[in-house]
Design a protein around this ligand. Structure first.
Ligand code: CAA
Length: 418
């Protein structure tokens, strides 16, 4: 048995905007976003959705697939950089909404986009001490930059929930090696002061910090491994898909493969199949690397069983980790395409109004008893007397049918604000 991810599930906001429309409205050459950054669509949150509901939706979906393991969960860690409270952890909101066992260690991790990996690595260590129990790890975020800033097209939102424990290959999605390459460095490439709802970023500098972190973490990994194998797949943190291409190129160069045509064909083979979902959701910060994992699972399915993968996690500020694993026999089926087909497209004016409405929902007194849901299992209804109020939408009928949930012809949330 090895420390493993047993399964995963993803949640994404109900609305999105196409980048060609975004570009036209912002007077940007469309190919800068579609080709230069590699983004096709960007997920947008609506009132009713927040970091907690995204996390809880992903975890709910995951636990519905593993009802027998729910009562064995002894650790719940939520990684986020868009936490909703400075003291109360995102994980304990989830603990309540998901009705997890009371004998459970719950807490939140923070280190920009690295927080999900920090949580996962902690859970893997814990799993060795508690081989009969399971950890629930959730990475959840809403990426927001200033309107009209260069970062604006690299927003998004979503969550990935993972079940972690000791497992044989027959029961694992991904068995992870205990060896990790690490690199930490105190830099100001991207951060969000507590008094701001949008991030501060030095765009080009953040890209060079990412690549420096990758190189240093990879070299640290290489120092610890005697016989380096060539992984079948390479997964990267994906602030925008072409950052993964730059990262792949840097790795190839370190390994002496400098010919552009060799790099291009290797990228198509080992990286590109994992990026399609990130292209259509945008940056989900802590969950981005794991959205790439989910995307790869959906594209390749059982073909992945027994194949090797390397993962690179980057959190600004900064902490980097390069680690590896082997796919087991239980490849996840995250239904990403299905979820995307149920989303509602908005135009730029609706996008702006949705975002403004979400920011208003973060103020005391924003509570709306009858706020419509977005089809997700939980709805954030606002703040009443400084407490966040959530509604549980899970009925027997809701549980029975994905189709019923998908049957939203128009979005009540958007009608409420536009
Ligand atoms: N057709 C095709 N490509 C075009 C084009 C066109 N018409 N016009 C421009 N491009 C290309 C450019 O050549 C460039 O590609 P290369 O980098 O390969 O040269 C690409 O499109 C982007 O163009 P710019 O460099 O001019 O873009 P920009 O300066 O306006 O902004 C950005 C890019 C810095 C990434 C900005 O979106 C940003 O600040 N994003 C947020 C920060 C970020 O994502 N950083 C990543 C590393 S930090 C991290 O990973 C943590 C995290 O999650 C935030």
């Amino acid at each position: 048995m090895k420390g493993s991810i047993l399964d995963l599930a993803v949640a994404m906001p109900r609305h999105y905007i196409k980048m060609e429309h975004f570009a036209a409205e912002r007077d940007i050459e469309p190919n800068k976003l579609l080709v230069g950054l590699g983004i096709e669509e960007m997920a947008i949150c609506a009132p009713g959705e927040d970091t907690v509901t995204l996390a809880a939706s992903a975890a709910w979906e995951l636990l519905e697939k593993h009802p027998d393991k729910r009562k064995e969960i002894g650790l719940c860690i939520a990684g986020t950089e868009t936490g909703v409270d400075s003291a109360k952890s995102l994980a304990v909101y989830l603990h309540g909404l998901l009705k997890l066992p009371s004998a459970c260690r719950v807490f939140e991790t923070k280190h920009a986009c690295y927080a999900g990996t920090a949580a996962l690595q902690m859970a893997l260590g814990w799993a060795h001490q508690h081989p009969k129990r399971y950890a629930l790890i959730i990475a959840s975020d809403i990426a927001r930059y200033e309107r009209h800033s260069p970062g604006e097209p690299t927003q998004g939102g979503g969550a990935v929930a993972m079940l972690v424990g000791m497992a044989d290959a027959a029961d694992a999605l991904l068995q992870l090696s205990p060896i990790s390459g690490l690199h930490a460095s105190d830099v100001n490439d991207f951060w969000r002061p507590s008094y701001q709802s949008t991030a501060m970023v030095r765009g080009k500098y953040s890209m060079s910090c990412y690549l420096e972190g990758l190189e240093a973490a990879y070299l640290d990994y290489r120092r610890q491994v005697d016989n380096l194998s060539v992984p079948d797949h390479l997964l990267f943190h994906v602030p925008f898909p072409n950052m993964a291409q730059k990262a792949h190129r840097r790795l190839m160069e370190i390994q002496g493969m400098t010919q552009r045509d060799v790099q291009t064909s290797d990228f198509a083979l080992r990286v590109s199949p994992s990026l399609w979902a990130n292209r259509r959701v945008g940056n989900i910060y802590t969950g981005s690397l794991y959205l790439a994992l989910a995307g790869l699972c959906e594209r390749k399915g059982q073909e992945l069983a027994g194949q090797e993968v390397a993962l690179f996690s980057y959190g600004s500020g900064s902490c980097s980790e390069y680690f590896t694993g082997t796919f087991g026999q239980r490849i996840a089926q995250p239904r990403l395409e299905e979820m995307m087909s149920q989303r509602i497209e908005v135009d730029i004016h609706q996008y702006e109004r949705l975002m403004d409405a979400c920011i208003r929902m973060e103020k005391n007194g924003s509570y709306q008893l009858d706020l419509p849901g977005t089809g997700a299992p939980y709805t954030y209804t606002g703040i009443h007397q400084h407490e966040r109020i959530y509604r549980n939408n899970v009925s027997r009928a809701y549980r029975r049918s994905h189709a019923a949930r998908a049957n939203f012809q128009s979005s009540p949330a958007i009608n409420a604000v536009v």
